[in-house]
Design a protein around this ligand. Structure first.
Ligand code: NAD
Length: 500
């Protein structure tokens, strides 16, 4: 008889939850297809329990001095840096991405922690002396209370870290609701907060699905929601959360275009297309999925990409391969369905990822890198976010046609232009309706001190993640007008205050 998969549960008030879950869900190792954990799914009542713990802890934490908060952040930074390999291994075991990529994800999360270490500086307010005679005005920003972070499967460590360090540094308590597909990395990172000296209850993890999300969106003590996931759910979360009076930033899906102009360095462009198209098996919100080749470069570019793809090794993420499996069997089947639809709709299948060997267990959720050429904007492989290792080449006659195509797309997360013409690059950066733009950089993810976020159907709300927008999102402003009485002040005047 096989032993049951270990239980994975919520972290509440600094300790694993001790209740009994009504529902659980299996967690897989995508490289073997085996069930490696059983995850507790929270009921609405369990969410209430967790929010209460966070609410109580947040009251005190919101009063902690800036020095103390910064000290916890610095300690957390050291722990995360020391344990990043451990976290990366957990990511690979449940997500499937290769170890080096998992480590890269933790490193990008670490950058946000480093940004948040500067919270005393970031929270400095303004002060105006003598706005009126002997009257001063100053502005301060204060914590919101309890905030929720709801994250997707594709960056189980980094996406929560876009928000949690800043929310904590600003004096809030946090309830994280990770993806149910790869929950262990978040639990491990949450333990590090405790080790760093953060009071119990300030960072909590509640696992679950729609039931848990819906309760967080309704709960009166949850003041703000940072969501990242697919566009339909992002829109739902934004509408439901704001209807309940919360501030919400909801980052959605993407279809990222890489435009290659005729004067581009085609070797650089081919390298970039392969790296950004197939890294993490295309399961990145900043993955390049549409390559827009401005003629006459397409034949040459497609050939260079095909040649590079022949060298890629797909397999188990712990074995030094270039690309791992897809996250679940159901997702792999969905992506294979898109490959079939692409063939049926008449696109040219240059490289078929359904064929060929993988360096991994037979039961893994495999699909090798796939390349389509002569893709047109009406095909589902172009219109839909596939979220798999499928790159589509769309051929266009000119820069204007490329720009029109990108701007007509409902998504606006990331885009890149490859060219040696500075004027063309500058024009593209100005004219394109996309939130993050790369010039000869295929995945232009901003550094932590800038803010991350797309336009159009890639983001609901007006607040991007991390950077100063993150600090703004997790605090509310207060302006104080102050006068210390001295004998010159006095007398009655019922008019509206003006300055003198
Ligand atoms: P998803 O939308 O399925 O899930 C995201 C979160 O929402 C998870 O925590 C999940 O449990 C929850 N959820 C799922 N269905 C729900 C429902 N019906 N009601 C309430 N909550 C629900 O997304 P995913 O498959 O985990 O992640 C992939 C998607 O995330 C892609 O579309 C990708 O582009 C997007 N993404 C976007 C960004 C960005 O910055 N814009 C970053 C990473 C991922």
């Amino acid at each position: 008889m096989s032993t049951p998969a270990p239980r994975i549960t919520h972290l509440v008030g600094g300790a694993p939850w001790t209740g009994v879950a009504e529902r659980t869900s299996p967690v897989y190792n995508p490289a073997s297809g085996e069930v490696t954990g059983q995850l507790d799914l929270a009921s609405a009542a369990t969410v209430d329990e967790v929010v209460k713990v966070a609410h109580d802890a947040g009251r005190e934490w919101g009063q902690a001095s800036l020095t103390r908060r910064a000290q916890v952040l610095f300690a957390f930074r050291e722990l995360l840096n020391a344990r990043k390999e451990e976290i990366a291994a957990l990511i690979t075991a449940e997500h499937g991405k290769v170890l080096s990529d998992a480590l890269g994800e933790v490193t990008r999360g670490l950058e946000v922690v480093e940004f948040a270490c500067g919270i005393p500086h970031l929270l400095k307010g303004g002060f105006s002396e003598n706005v009126s005679t002997k009257v001063d005005v100053y502005s301060i920003r204060q914590a919101l209370g309890v905030v929720a972070v709801i994250s997707p499967f594709n960056f189980p460590a980094m996406v929560p870290m876009w928000f949690v360090p800043i929310a904590v540094a600003c004096g809030n308590a946090v309830v994280i609701k990770p993806s149910e597909k790869d929950p262990s990395a978040v639990n491990a990172v949450a333990q590090l907060w405790k080790e760093a000296g953060l009071p119990d209850g300030v960072v909590n993890v509640v696992h679950g699905d729609k039931e848990a999300v819906d309760r967080l969106l309704e709960h009166p003590d949850v003041k703000a929601v940072s969501f990242v996931g697919s566009t339909p759910i992002a829109k739902y979360v934004y509408e439901k959360g704001t209807a309940a009076g919360k501030r919400v930033q909801a980052l959605g899906g993407a279809k990222n275009h890489m435009v290659v102009l005729p004067d581009a360095d085609l070797d650089l462009a081919a390298d970039a297309a392969v790296n950004a198209g197939f890294g993490s098996a295309g399961e990145r919100c900043m993955a390049i999925s549409a390559l827009v080749a401005v003629e006459p470069v397409a034949d040459d570019l497609v050939e260079r990409i095909r040649a590079r793809m022949a060298t890629l090794r797909t397999g188990d993420g712990t074995r030094g391969c270039d690309m791992g499996p897809l996250v679940t069997g159901a997702h792999r089947d969905k992506v294979v369905g898109y490959v079939e639809a692409g063939v049926e709709s008449g696109a040219t299948l240059v490289v078929d990822g359904r064929d060929g060997d993988v360096d991994g267990d037979e039961g893994g959720f495999w699909l090798r890198p796939t390349l389509f050429d002569h893709v047109t904007p009406d095909m589902s492989i172009y219109t839909d976010e596939i979220f798999g290792p499928v790159l589509s080449v769309v051929r266009v006659p000119s820069y204007d046609a490329a720009l029109e195509l990108v701007n007509a797309n409902p998504y606006g997360n990331g885009t890149a232009i490859f060219t040696n013409d500075g004027g063309a690059a500058r024009r593209y950066q100005n004219e394109v309706e996309v939130g993050m733009v790369g010039v000869n950089v295929p995945i232009p993810v901003p550094m932590a001190y800038y803010s991350f976020g797309g336009w159009k159907s890639s983001l609901f709300g007006d607040s991007h993640a991390h950077g100063t927008e993150g600090v703004h999102f997790f605090t509310r402003g207060k302006v104080v007008t102050s006068r210390w009485l001295d004998p010159s002040h006095g007398g009655l005047n019922l008019g509206f205050p003006t300055h003198d």
